[in-house]
Design a binder for this molecule. Structure first.
Ligand code: ADP
Length: 650
């Protein structure tokens, strides 16, 4: 905790600077990016709404054109029922008469005009015999006589009664052909029912007897086919009655045509509007969609020449024509046409991301409520890719900012580390100066104050003074040299020398320097010449530094080996000690200036951290290389490798 607060304390200024220069603009950028994304999304929504509105408008226009064309057809003065496409019909309602085209399109009619009926009086005698006197043979006889009448309605009435009497007398099999004969009367009605329909229904009832199933099915199927083909003009009640009987006889096999029933229901609705109390409220023309058993029937009507004319379109027509038209006009949106009266119609669930618009019938003037829906993928791509680009851009900027901050902080940390190293260097160098200076002052004082010094002592003091002065001189020279090297201004004067001789000289001089400190300096030079091109002063200083380090970083074992040898093309100069050694991880960085290892500082070993940097510099200037091999607590070997030169012929 303490460390952290110290770290923060030391870097507060840096943090504030960082926040202002990097974090604030980055946050602003993110804020702006988010705002931009928001606006982009709103824009996309707006654009999709426009597309939807336009699609809806196109659908309305397409449908309106079609409905207008139908209206024109209805009001055509030369009107005679135009052709109606499948699943649709034209109807005309006038003076209690309803006509439809195609004739088979309505399952039933709101009104049916009667066909000729036999006069009731003709059968009075027969019925008296049948019901009052219960004289069935007489009644049968009378019926057969009347069946020979010239008037078809009378004949039909007589055949019906004959068959009934035969049934009553238990002769059902004889009644069947009589009904068969009656079934041929197609333009006579009995009690409001078409005579042939009555006869065929009666035959089916008789055929219900066991054992006649196949015949019943055959006759019932034929009756059903005629019913659905619109052979009879029935009112709703009669149609439903026959239809329910056919259901019973034919079972699941029977499928009445829903479209005919729907168109009939629509006609019925129109008729009721026309004849109902609200007649005054029925507009001269109009359009309306009715929901019938979950299907939609569309009605377009108009009053022309005293008659109500209408076009009726069933579900099939709606799907095949209007919906198809609307959908192609509204593409890429999808359209649904709903009957205004359909209670289940409103608000189908809208999936996420979809847009929906509703145009009511009152608003559009069309028979339906129009529901137009735009899928989530429509027109999404363009904005999506823009959004992705924007996000990628933002991410890239943030990464750049992060990377930039990282490098700034790192270089700043390095500066701080270097500054610390430099401060340590100044402290160390001051210390290095202080030691010989103190010695000089002490010996000066001794020589000055003590008059009775023996010449021997006086000589020793002067020698000590000379050594301290030499040390100071070397220190100053070394610092000046280092300064020149750093500035790249240290000139090197190379000349051919024998490395063995040079090393021996330096070793001897160094031996004198460390005299009396218990070190054994062993120097071995391989036989033969070791010619190199060297700046003798610089190379001597490099070797001196290595020897100095070997002494400084030695432990109990105080032997130091200096050796000169030859490898192919190179001359090697090695300094080996048996001291504290260097950890493998630090063996590279010891050559950087001002670097001192913990092992050195913790043992209070004097030094400035520039020695090895100088050696490195000097060796490089000679075109050579400097290597270190070291094992902790065992010792280190520094080796200078210089290019081997031609032998001197002096
Ligand atoms: P210094 O003035 O500290 O000796 P140098 O540049 O000569 O500076 O050495 C850098 C560091 O390398 C030393 O502080 C010491 O930690 C380590 N070092 C150098 N020579 C040796 C050696 N012979 N044995 C062990 N450590 C050494």
């Amino acid at each position: 905790m303490n460390m952290v607060s110290r770290w923060l304390g030391a870097r507060r200024g840096l943090l504030i600077l960082f926040a202002t220069v990097v974090a604030v603009p980055a946050a602003t950028l993110v804020f702006l990016g988010v705002r931009l994304l928001q606006q982009d999304r709103e824009l996309a929504h707006q654009r999709r709404t426009e597309i939807l509105e336009q699609a809806s408008e196109r659908a309305v226009r397409a449908l309106d054109d079609d409905v207008a064309a139908i209206r024109r057809r209805l009001s055509d003065p030369s009107w005679h029922f135009p052709e109606a496409p499948p699943g649709s019909a034209y109807v005309e309602i006038a003076q209690n008469d309803v006509r439809a085209v195609p004739g088979s399109s309505l399952a039933y009619y709101p009104v049916v005009s009667g066909m000729p009926e036999p006069p009731a009086a003709v059968f009075r005698e027969l019925e008296a015999a049948e019901f009052k006197a219960q004289d069935l043979p007489k009644a049968l006889d009378l019926s057969r006589r009347l069946a020979r009448s010239t008037a078809p309605p009378v004949r039909a009435g007589a055949l019906l009664r004959e068959a009934r009497l035969l049934r009553k007398t238990g002769r059902a099999a004889d009644a069947l052909p009589v009904y068969g004969a009656l079934a041929r009367y197609t333009s006579v009605s009995i009690d409001g029912w078409p005579a042939d329909l009555v006869a065929r229904r009666a035959r089916c009832l008789l055929l219900k007897e066991p054992g006649q199933g196949a015949e019943l099915r055959q006759e019932a199927a034929a009756l059903d086919a005629d019913l659905e083909a619109g052979r009879w003009r029935l009112d709703q009640e009669s149609y439903r009655y026959v239809s329910s009987q056919l259901d019973e006889w034919l079972g699941a096999a029977r499928r009445p045509r829903a479209d005919r029933e729907d168109l009939a229901a629509a006609t019925d609705w129109l008729y009721r509007q026309l004849t109902g109390t609200s007649t005054a409220g029925m507009s001269s023309s109009g359009a309306r969609a009715l929901a019938i058993d979950g299907r939609t029937v569309t009605i377009v009507w108009g009053f022309e020449q005293g008659a109500l004319r209408a076009f009726l379109g069933g579900q099939e027509h709606l799907n095949g024509m209007w919906l198809a038209q609307a959908r192609s006009a509204a593409y890429p949106a999808t359209v649904a046409l709903l009957a205004a009266t359909d209670p289940g119609a409103p608000r189908s669930p809208v999936a996420a991301g979809q847009l929906t618009s509703r145009r009511s019938a009152a608003d559009s003037g069309l028979p339906w409520t129009l529901v137009v829906t735009l899928g989530r993928d429509v027109d999404a791509g363009r904005f999506e890719s823009r959004r992705r680009m924007l996000l990628a851009g933002l991410a890239a900027i943030l990464v750049l900012v992060a990377a930039g901050s990282f490098f700034v902080v790192r270089s700043r940390n390095r500066e701080i580390a270097l500054a610390t190293l430099q401060a340590d260097f100044i402290a160390a160098v001051s210390h290095e100066f202080r030691t010989p200076l103190t010695a000089l002052r002490q010996f000066n004082a001794l020589l000055d104050e003590a008059d009775d010094l023996t010449p021997e002592k006086r000589r020793l003091y002067y020698q000590a003074q000379a050594r301290a002065t030499e040390r100071l001189h070397r220190l100053v020279e070394s610092l000046l040299d280092f300064g020149r090297m750093e500035a790249g201004k240290r000139p090197y004067t190379l000349q051919r020398v024998d490395a063995g001789a040079l090393v021996r000289d330096v070793a001897q001089e160094f031996q004198r320097e460390i005299e009396g400190r218990g070190f054994e300096l062993r120097c071995s030079v391989e036989p033969g010449e070791h010619p190199v091109d060297a700046d003798t002063e610089a190379l001597a200083r490099a070797l001196w530094n290595l020897l100095d380090n070997a002494v400084k970083y030695s432990a109990d074992e105080r032997g130091i080996d200096v050796s000169v040898g030859r490898t192919p093309g190179e001359v090697s100069i090695s300094v080996r000690d048996h001291g504290i050694g260097i950890p493998a991880g630090d063996q590279q960085r010891i050559f950087e200036k001002f670097v001192r290892l913990d092992a050195a500082t913790s043992r209070s070993i004097k030094g400035s951290g520039i020695g090895l940097a100088m050696v490195q510099h000097i060796v490089a200037a000679h075109g050579g290389t400097l290597r270190v091999a070291s094992v902790e607590h065992e010792g280190s070997t520094f080796t200078i490798l210089l290019p081997l030169q031609e032998q001197t012929h002096s």
